[in-house]
Ligand binder design. Sequence first.
Ligand SMILES: C[S@@+](CC[C@H](N)C(=O)[O-])C[C@H]1O[C@@H](n2cnc3c(N)ncnc32)[C@H](O)[C@@H]1O
Length: 236
Amino acid sequence: MLSYQHGYHAGGPADIHKHRALAGVLSLLTRKARPLTYMETHAGRGLYDLTDAMASKTGEWRAGIGKAVRDDHPYWTALDRVRAHFGADAYPGSPLIAQALLRAGDRCILMELHPAEHAALAEAIDAEVHKRDGFEGALALSPPAPRRGLMLIDPSYELKTEYAATADFVRALLAKWPEAVVMVWYPILPDRRHTAMVEALGGQVHETRFPPHKGRGMEGSGLVILNAPHGVEKVL
Ligand SMILES: C[S@@+](CC[C@H](N)C(=O)[O-])C[C@H]1O[C@@H](n2cnc3c(N)ncnc32)[C@H](O)[C@@H]1O
């Protein structure tokens, strides 16, 4: 089932939480000169236009990037670099946030299954872009070279079974690539369906709650980070 389109949610509060954490963790990992691999299981289209029909329909970005207050976090370095290139109405997905912070010798490997999202992603970024199932592709390509690296797992959770599948995937991934820094994003919904997955993952948890909003079921945004780099509390 591929009905989810991130364009409705780009730049919303959950994106700000996830993308700040991503930029923060990458800024820590890129302090060391040794090259790294950035990999993503569910990459999305990479670049969004906050004036297009999808973003305008939900207006979610207004409560996210529309309200975000500039500070000295590396998230703004990434956003500024993308907007310098694509304009002030552009909002980067996680692949472009990552690309803005990666160095010349680093690798960027992205999985996206939706044909139109994949085509847009391949257009937006100069990286290794695969049209294949994220879990299957990431396992097949792990461990990558360089082995130092970060895996972002950001499924759409359209099916309740994706929570258990994500926990199973991370277990299998770490068996093949034990040193990977792993970040798993999840929505905080009224029925707390993420609880078993978060317990099974067992990493460092970082959650943020959103002010109540008419018509939005999601109450907050969560991340689990495994093999978190030293200093992660500061960037979160
Ligand atoms: C939440 S969005 C990703 C957003 C992106 N990580 C970001 O922060 O900008 C989830 C994406 O996963 C894609 N997707 C759904 N099922 C997939 C699968 N089995 N393998 C790879 N991608 C999938 C969807 O098309 C959608 O673009």
